[in-house]
Design a protein around this ligand. Structure first.
Ligand code: NG6
Ligand code: CA
Length: 525
């Protein structure tokens, strides 16, 4: 059973839990469709498709207005647009949360992150956030015989805490159901600035061990405060710790010099791991989570992309991310497995222009009229729509028809949805709901009816087109300048008529307000 403890709902006695409560979700189609592989390669033979691969690409802090397929005229993302042109563009898709750790927690566990008080932006030395025994999306895929991998941004913690980075780190992403992992532990702006492959820091020189602290600096190690002359990128809030590659980070680290990543080759590094995994598993079904690190701060795209967007490092990082998407698709295509791969492209939370570094993100966007959240109110960190309303594309060549969908879908639903479609085991009691016809574009309306939205542990309720936000004390904006959704009194919004959330209709619709308040209290108590 789901057991409630101080961490909220969690999965304690997992073996018993799995035995008693696992149910077999029936595939919506028992026989997957037959597909015709390109005639040049295979002489036009029609073959019965094996289980489709799933490539799940999750960008970091990419907003709806950052991609041209959602209407941006200030940035050009041809590779992402190609997925939208020939696939499903979802206009009503949501992350569970307006920041990364809780958002990814929801994605992989199928549970609302607010149920776990520890599901908040994690430091780089945090222990693994998810109970190793908990059911997860990748474990479900493993159960179906899929090879699984996580490459790129992680931010769900690893180890038991007080991690020794010089030994094998366990539990890790592998424990949660990924056969292969190659990850940055947290974010690009948090130490340790190293790649961790299957629990091992890559390129580590045993003579130069790594020490990490989020409490105090190691004597003599350069930080933004002690050695500002070493900085090539300046901070404006929060990033005053160890300087790595001229960039001050959050937290302190010592040693591990050979293992430290180079920011401007990170995209190439992860892409090479993505390609190798695809090549190595081209003949069996695979589930690959590709966590793009862009356009999160610090934004250091490779020199090939510098100046490409006219919007400074943030825009250039978006162009680089778009290129990465194109490369991953080209890899699938070159192996003849594009027709058998469901590609999902999304982002973990809404956009932020300036997030702690002086990189002209805000100034250039204002100058060029770039609105990364497409007119939505708020952005990353916000309970307003810009916090969790994210891009979501589904591309499956030959299977998902080009369309624009208004169905309501939340990332938390991927677990149950893929489980239902593929015939995987999905436990009862998750927040995840199955919507295979929404995901595959057979239903362009409908979908989820209610979602509890989250932004830094503040909650709101979305039901149909309406959003109820309870009263929250606290600042209206944070240091990024983004409006958080805090208000002295509760508010009510109609997203269909007022997507920019300009008019609070709580006074006009007292009955709806009261009904949504009650439902909110019931669902979140
Ligand atoms: C914030 C950081 C921000 C970013 C964020 C996490 C400061 C002042 N701000 O605390 O730069 O790292 O955490 O972003 O330090 S997320 O997308 O991974 O959730
Ligand atoms: Ca993020």
């Amino acid at each position: 059973m789901l057991i409630s403890n101080r961490y909220g709902l969690c999965f304690k006695d997992s073996s018993r839990y799995l035995r008693i409560n696992m149910i077999m979700m029936r595939p919506s189609r028992l026989i997957l469709p037959a597909i015709a592989i390109g005639s040049a390669a295979c002489g036009g033979n029609e073959i019965k498709a094996p289980k489709p691969n799933v490539l799940l690409i999750v960008a970091d802090d990419l907003g709806l207005g950052d991609v041209s397929c959602y209407g941006s005229e200030t940035i050009n993302t041809p590779n992402i647009d190609a997925l939208a042109k020939d696939g499903l563009l979802m206009r009503n898709a949501y992350a569970t949360s307006a920041t990364s750790t809780p958002s990814r927690f929801g994605l992989f566990t199928g549970m609302y992150p607010w149920r776990n008080p520890d599901a908040q932006i994690l430091p780089g030395d945090a222990p693994l956030l998810v109970d190793p025994q908990a059911p997860t999306l990748p474990k479900m895929m493993q159960g179906l015989g899929y090879a699984t991998a996580a490459v790129g941004k992680w931010h769900l913690g690893m180890g038991y805490g007080e991690t020794d980075w010089n030994k094998e780190i366990t539990p890790s992403g592998n424990t949660l159901g990924f056969d292969y992992t190659n990850l940055i532990p947290a974010t690009v702006d948090r130490v340790p600035t190293v790649y961790v492959e299957n629990g091992l820091v890559q390129g580590l020189d045993p003579e130069d061990p790594i020490l990490v602290s989020y409490k105090e600096n190691f004597p003599g190690e350069p930080t933004a405060i002690t050695n500002p002359e070493m900085m090539t990128m300046k901070w404006d809030h929060g990033h005053q710790g160890t300087i790595v590659n001229g960039i001050p980070r959050i937290g302190f680290m010592k040693g591990g010099h050979k293992a430290r990543w180079k920011d401007d080759t990170m995209a190439d590094y992860f892409l090479s791991k993505v390609k190798s995994f695809i090549v190595n598993h081209k003949d069996e079904p695979f589930f690959l989570y590709y966590g793009l690190h862009q356009p999160h701060v610090p934004r250091v795209p490779n020199g090939r992309f510098v100046g490409e967007s006219g919007l400074g490092p943030r825009g250039d990082a978006v162009i680089e991310a778009d290129w990465c998407v194109g490369q991953a698709i080209a890899c699938l295509d070159s192996l003849g497995i594009l027709e058998n791969t469901i590609v999902i492209f999304t982002s973990d939370n809404g956009a932020v222009l300036q997030d702690g570094y002086q990189d002209l993100g805000k100034e250039l966007a204002e100058e060029k009229g770039h609105d990364p959240d497409n007119g939505l109110r708020g952005g990353k960190y916000s309970l307003f729509d810009g916090g969790t309303h994210i891009p979501f594309l589904v591309y499956w060549k030959g299977h998902v028809k080009p369309a624009k969908s208004d169905a309501y879908f939340c990332q938390v639903d991927l677990f149950a949805t893929l489980g239902r479609y593929l015939g995987g085991e999905v436990p009862e009691g998750l927040d995840s709901e199955p919507y295979p016809d929404v995901l595959l574009g057979k239903e362009l309306k409908g979908g989820r009816e209610v979602q509890v939205l989250e932004a830094q542990k503040r909650l709101a309720l979305r039901r149909g087109d309406y959003v109820y936000i309870p009263a929250y004390k606290g600042a209206k904006h944070n240091q990024t300048g983004i409006e958080l959704g805090n208000n002295d009194t509760e508010t009510l919004w109609n997203l269909a008529e007022d997507p920019a959330q300009r008019e609070d209709i709580s006074g006009k619709m007292p009955e709806l307000l009261s009904s949504m308040r009650s439902q909110f209290e019931r669902l979140t108590k």
